[in-house]
Design a protein around this ligand. Sequence first.
Ligand code: HEM
Length: 397
Amino acid sequence: MSAASIPVLTLARDKNSPLDPPPRYRELRHEAPISRVRLDDEAPPTWLVTRWEDARTVLGSTAASSDTTRPGYPSRTPLAMPRGFFNFHDDPVHAVFRGVLTREFMVKRIDALRAPTSKIFDQLMSGMIEQGPPVDFVGTIALPLPSLVICELLGVPYEDHSFFQEHSKVLIDTAVSGEAKTTAQVALADYLEGLVEQRRREPREDLISRLGAQVDAGTFSVRDAADAGAFLLFAGHETTANMIGLGVLALLDHPGQLPRLHAGGAELANAVEELLRYLTIAQSGLSRVATEDIAVGDVTVKAGEGVIIMLNSANRDEAVFSASDRLDLSRSNARQHLAFGYGIHQCLGQPLARMELQIVLPEIFRRLPDLRVDPDQEVTFKSTAAAYGPSFMPVLW
Ligand code: HEM
């Protein structure tokens, strides 16, 4: 295949089914599960992995590097990421940050955030009801809720939320230039550096203070701590916000399944897993570059070649999930989804995201049983963002 005949990867969905991944992935899973694509006309070819089994093979391989600076790493905007953005580094750098932060997301810490999350949700709901319909659900509930929760966890004053929201939006937009991304990332980290310094002087019961303590213990520098904080801030709110917005839209399309959500306990937990599978917000996939040859299905990804692992395709793989395009909140193997990735970089914040979704989704429908999309306005979606979700979602009740 000549380079010019290799197709450019498109994230475009069928306009009539905005909650489904591009229909082309289904064909690829059957005809060419590992194929060659380019990110744009000028970009070198890279591999595209569309099946669940193959996605796990690559993500579980020690030869799959997340280092954005390695030649061959598939990216529209190749960036040298600071160490604190540890998702874009391999071990040992990745392991230092992951090791320190793992305890922040343990059950006890997340449980302690349940009551504050419910309280934040109550306040936001009261504000929305007071405002009266129609309201933009994204700006009123879906985005502020996880923002406020992550601010609570980190110890970031919420007055500053619009500042970091603006910058994190730039960081995950695949259509934005590398330069603009660097500016956003530096602005976030500068802000966090000020906070780390302040908490080193006056420690509190928050994550920034604990990162400050690691600086004092010599684990990493102030800048590393600030970057790690900025990365959590960025990773922790837009993602969950997208899942809340899309989750509500999916449930509005399937009202008959709402009782499973209201059942609570294991049924609610399973319902949230199925929504994560069905909606898989990481729409641009995960990027890796091979440091050694990796055998994937019938293909050998050679050392130096890039791979994009399309999670939203893997999660619709009919070889693993029967009637995979159907939302079925009682699906018995929903938990096998790869919405949080797989392997050493699997989402660190997943217990937090689950907790928020399990509180918010049933409560919204309990409080507003007549919730619906405003038929006179149009829901718009973030079509180029790495994390897919609604950008505007007008609702009535
Ligand atoms: C529904 C919401 C979320 C989804 C779908 C999601 C998805 C993902 C995915 C797919 C990865 C793997 C990236 C890779 O392998 O390169 C990841 C990594 C990560 N996520 Fe999430 N995420 C969500 C919420 C959160 C939250 C709330 C936080 C915490 C504040 C968070 C923090 C992280 C971190 C720190 C990593 C990097 C882990 C590492 O490299 O070791 N995420 N997430």
